[in-house]
Structures are given as C-alpha cells and as structure tokens.
Design a protein around this ligand. Structure first.
Ligand SMILES: *Cc1c(COP(=O)(O)O)cnc(C)c1O
Length: 456
C-alpha cells in the first residue's frame, strides 16, 4: 500500500539564497524611526554603537532580495530546510474536511525559529570585528539561539534573562551555558539601570523591556560589544523569511495553496517569517490569503493596544518606533508563553495590521494548552506554549470548515517544541492553569504614561 504523504522535505541546496524583504512590495511607506530625545528621524550613525553596519543597512533596505552569505547558508544546513507536515492525524481527530499543514521550526538546535536570525546576526557582527554580544531573553529561547550562533561564529555572549524565567526555567539557562554564554538574572547588579530597578523593587520579577534596557546599556558602554535583538526589528523579520520561502516550495510539492495562514505573535518574527513571502504575492496581486496573527489575551498589543510611537524598552533608551503598543511600562501577567509577553509589536506587522492586510486574534491561555495537548496526542510533537496560540486558531478554522462543509487549506507555523516547557504542561494537566485576565486598568495607566512623548 502506498503511504499518504506526511512530510514535504527539501534538499539542502534548496536553502534559500536570499532573504525576502517585504519593504519592496509595500504600497505604503513604513513610518520613520525617531530619536528618543529629539523626535527627529534617526540615521545609520545613531544605531552604529549598537549594531554592525550590514544589519543597519538591512534595517532600512527596500531591495526585494538580500543575498544570504555562504557561511550563513552553510550554518543553516545544520537544520534547514525544515520540514513541512500535513497534519493527517489532527484532521482525522477533528473530523474536518480542512487540509492542515504546519511548518516545523523545532528541528533547529535551539528548538525554535530563532537561530534563523541568530546565525545571521552573529555572522555580520563577526565580519565587522565585533568580539562580544549583549542580549536579553525571556523564556530563554532567544538566549539559547544566540548562544548557539555565537558558538558557531566564535563570539562571546552575555545574556540578561528575565528573573521570573531564570528561576522557572533553569534548563534553558543550562543550555545557554553549555553553548558558552554568560547568563545573569535581570534586573541585575551589573548595569546602572538594573541596580536602579533593584533599589526600588528588590523582588522585581523582571520583564523583556527591563532586560532590553540592560543589554542596550551593556553594549553601549563597551567598544568590543554590540547589541542583538531576537525579534521586532526589520532585519530580524527579514532573516526569518527563509521559513515562508521554503513553505511556498513545499506547498507546491503538496499541490495545494493555503487559504488561511496563521502564526503566533510575540514581537512578530516567526509570524513574519512564514507569512511575508506569501504576503508579498498578495501585495503584488498574484494571490490572495487570509493571514491571521494570534496573540495572548494577557499581552494583546495588536488587538487592543494603540498604534503610535513608543519605546522598545522600559528605560526609554531605544529609538521610538510606530507600532501597536500596550505602553513600555506595561508588564504582562506571567503566562507560560514567555515569548509572547511583550508590550509592543514589530513595526512591519503593525503596519500591515493597520492597513487591513492581516487579521489579528487574541486567545486565552487554557484554550491554547488544550489545543496543544490535542495536537501532541494527534501529531506526536509537543508544541512550545507560544505556537499553541497558532494551533488554537488553526483548530477553530478547521472546525468552521467542518460546519461549512468546505475543504479549506490551512497552514500554520509550529515555531518551536515544548521540551523545556513541561512544567507548564504539568500545571495544565493538574488543572492549575489560569486564564490570566487582560489587565485593562494597567494598560490604561501605561498608555497614559505615553502621552508626554514628543510624537503620537
Ligand atoms: C521567541 C518565540 C516566539 C515569539 O517571538 P516572535 O518574534 O513573535 O516569533 C514565539 N515562539 C517561540 C517558540 C519563540 O521562541
């Protein structure tokens, strides 16, 4: 008997040769990035203390294709191309006529999509003579990706890890240390900002916004060090487009076109990585897709934040970018999807949302874990808490297809595995997980704090 095709795999020479830059296809220009002091557009020299020139160039480029250097493609070959799966068993469990596909990024050494940009960033820094990188990490996914990339390209790394995760997820920290990184809990005693926060609130559980401030201060204060960010920025989203380019080829192997494309959004990078190459076709009028960004109810920037200029960090050290934000002071409830606990959103994703090119939905924690367990029991892969948000909406759409009796084709990004998140699953299975409420009042306070900014 012939097997039904479950995996669509590409040879190594199909690793994309260029990243896809959606800026080339936008009918509306992205708003400028502004200097936090003057409110004026910033230039490359303003970013030079933090990033190598190659990455600054990519940040503002409008070229459609940006070549991937051979050493980066060679490093990608450690785990790319990643497989595309047809979720036959999930379809059967749901008794849906929908065809469900997922791109699986958990095959990378760090277990998520993040090495796609970590390797590129480590390479370009190394090329420009940088010796050391400073960064932040929430749940530890980004820190382990950058630590891995730094071991590939021979750089030192200092990781400021959000205190709550540092205590909750010791194995992520161990993994970073195995790769050779130095890890401290943030807020830490090693930066001026960290010391100030600790003086005021000695038990502060930390946040991505605080950890970013610490890493930026570290990089700004040392000649040999640059800063590295795992999401939000244009060049990060750009590097992730290898995901969607491969998926386009793999969907063609499957002989299908997705009708609905879904990704979870923290800062927006895995979502952009899968969807931007498809959205390029949509923007060029070559195809049409429904594209859905899924975020947690506990940090609903795209669905309930405001679209305006804000800082990327809590200490107001980063440039001002126009994005959907809950306010840089906002600290989301401690949901287990640590990668989705951020007050803002990638400016490119925000712009597409504002222009109505993509949709956004927010979902509650327990429903995402329920979908994650259902997925694991059908497909075998244990998803990280972040992509369970995408799975939840994929399941909803598959059930709608069942009601309507339509064989909809659904594609989502399974951006990481959950092997380091078993404590969260343990809590869910024991009935101890809560749906952490959207703290409307705290968001309102954080947004009020934005009003004195020089730009709206
Ligand atoms: C970091 C992370 C996220 C959130 O970041 P994005 O930039 O929105 O992709 C989501 N899923 C996983 C597995 C992550 O590691």
């Amino acid at each position: 008997m012939g097997l039904r095709r479950t995996k669509f795999v590409l040879d190594e020479d199909r690793i994309p040769r260029a990243w896809y830059n959606i800026a080339a296809d936008l009918p509306f220009p992205p708003p400028a990035v502004l200097h936090p002091g003057t409110g004026q557009p910033i230039g490359p020299q303003d970013l030079a203390p933090l990033f190598p020139m190659a990455l600054i160039g990519q940040e503002v480029s409008t070229e459609r294709e940006i070549e991937i250097p051979d050493p980066v493609r060679q490093a990608y070959a450690l785990y790319r191309p990643s497989p595309l799966y047809r979720a036959h068993r999930l379809e059967a469990a749901l008794q849906t006529p929908a065809h469900i596909y997922y791109k699986y990024e958990g095959v990378s050494p760090a277990g998520s999509h993040k090495p796609n940009t970590a390797l590129a960033q480590a390479f370009f820094n190394r090329e420009e003579g940088v010796r050391r990188l400073a960064t932040e990490t929430g749940a530890g996914q980004w820190g382990s990706a950058l630590a891995f990339a730094a071991s590939v390209f021979d750089l030192e790394v200092k990781v400021y890890m959000v205190r709550a995760s540092y205590d909750q997820k010791p194995y992520r920290r161990n993994l970073m240390e195995v790769y050779g990184a130095e890890v401290v809990a943030s807020p830490s005693e090693t930066t001026g900002y960290g010391r100030r926060v600790l003086e005021e609130t000695p038990d502060n559980p930390g946040s991505l916004g605080i950890a970013i401030s610490e890493a930026v201060e570290d990089a700004g204060g040392r000649e040999d060090t640059k800063y590295s960010l795992g999401s939000v920025l244009n060049h990060v989203l750009l590097h992730q487009t290898v995901i969607g380019q491969e998926a386009i080829e793999q969907m063609a192997m499957a002989g299908e076109e997705p009708e609905i494309i879904i990704g979870c959004t923290g800062g927006g990078s895995n979502f952009a990585g899968l969807t931007f190459p498809f959205l390029g076709r949509k923007l060029r009028g070559e195809a049409d897709y429904r594209v859905i960004a899924v975020e947690p109810e506990a940090a609903p920037s795209l669905t309930r934040g405001v679209y305006r200029y804000d800082f990327g960090d809590t200490a107001q050290m980063t440039p001002l970018v126009k994005m959907h934000t809950l306010g840089h002071d906002f600290i989301p409830e401690p949901i287990h999807a640590g990668g989705l606990r951020y007050h803002g959103m990638a400016p490119l994703v925000s712009l597409l949302r504002e222009q109505g090119v993509i949709e956004a939905q927010a979902v509650h924690q327990r429903a995402t874990f329920e979908a994650g367990v259902q997925f694991a029991r059908a497909e075998g892969i244990l998803p990280a808490p972040e992509p369970t948000h995408a799975i939840k909406v994929a399941v909803d759409e598959a059930m709608r297809a069942k009601q309507e009796g339509r064989p909809t084709v659904i594609l989502f990004n399974l951006c990481g595995h959950g092997h380091f998140d078993l404590a969260a699953y343990e809590q869910y299975m024991a009935g101890q997980l809560e749906d952490l409420a959207y703290p409307a009042e705290r968001v309102a306070d954080a947004l009020r704090a934005l009003e004195p900014l020089p730009v709206g």
